[in-house]
Design a protein around this ligand. Structure first.
Ligand SMILES: NC(=O)c1ccc[n+]([C@@H]2O[C@H](COP(=O)([O-])OP(=O)(O)OC[C@H]3O[C@@H](n4cnc5c(N)ncnc54)[C@H](OP(=O)(O)O)[C@@H]3O)[C@@H](O)[C@H]2O)c1
Length: 161
C-alpha cells in the first residue's frame, strides 16, 4: 500500500481551529483537488463532518462511534489497522487528509507528504505534527496569491539495508 499525506499549515504550524481552516488562500485548494481526484482519503470523523463530501473522492472515515452512514464512497473504520486492511482490496494508494489526530498518528507511516505552507501566522488550536527527520524536500514552489503559499513534496529516505 502506498501512503501519502496532504496538509496545509500556517507558518506557525496551525492547520485548523475548531472544525474550520482559518484562512483562505486562493488557488491552494486546486492542489488538493488535483491530488485527491478519484483517490481514497483517510480522514478523521471531525474532518469528514466539516469538509463534507466532495465529488470524485472516496472516504475512509476513522471513528469509534457509529454515527456516519456508509455508502458506495464512504466506509467507516474503528482503527487505522482495520482501515489499511479493509482498503487493501480496493486500492493501492491512500491519501491521508486530516485532521490533526490522523496526521499525528499517520505522519511516520506515510511515504510522501504534500505540504502547503501558508505564509501567515494565525491562531488555531489544531496543529501539524513535526515532519520526521527521515523525510527530505524533493520539490518546492512558492505561489503568489491573496496569501502567498509554498507547496512542498517530502519523500521518506529509504531505510539502510
Ligand atoms: N489544514 C489542513 O490541511 C487540514 C486538513 C484536514 C483537516 N483540517 C482541520 O483539522 C481539524 C480537525 O482535526 P481534529 O484533530 O480535531 O480531528 P480529526 O483528526 O479530523 O478527527 C478526530 C476523530 O477521528 C476519530 N479517530 C481519531 N483517531 C482514531 C483512531 N485511531 N481510530 C478510530 N477513530 C479515530 C475520532 O472520531 P470519533 O470521535 O467519532 O470516535 C476522533 O474524534 C479541523 O479544524 C479541520 O479544519 C485541516
Amino acid at each position: 500500500m502506498n501512503l501519502s499525506l496532504m496538509a496545509a499549515r500556517s507558518e506557525n504550524g496551525v492547520i485548523g481551529d475548531g472544525t474550520k481552516i482559518p484562512w483562505r488562500a486562493k488557488g491552494e485548494q486546486l492542489l488538493f483537488q488535483a491530488l485527491t481526484f478519484n483517490q481514497w482519503l483517510l480522514v478523521g470523523r471531525i474532518t469528514f463532518e466539516s469538509m463534507g463530501l466532495l465529488p470524485d473522492r472516496k472516504y475512509a472515515v476513522l471513528t469509534r462511534s457509529d454515527g456516519i452512514e456508509e455508502t458506495d464512497v464512504v466506509r467507516t473504520f474503528a482503527s487505522i489497522d482495520s482501515a489499511l486492511n479493509g482498503l487493501a482490496s480496493v486500492t493501492d494508494h491512500i491519501m491521508v487528509a486530516g485532521g490533526g489526530q490522523i496526521y499525528e498518528t499517520m505522519i511516520s507511516k506515510v511515504d510522501t507528504i504534500h505540504e502547503s505552507i501558508i505564509h501567515t501566522e494565525i491562531e488555531g488550536r489544531v496543529r501539524m505534527p513535526s515532519i520526521p527527520d527521515d523525510f527530505n524536500v524533493v520539490f518546492s514552489q512558492r505561489f503568489s496569491s491573496n496569501i502567498d503559499y509554498t507547496y512542498q513534496i517530502w519523500r521518506k529516505s529509504p531505510s539502510p539495508q
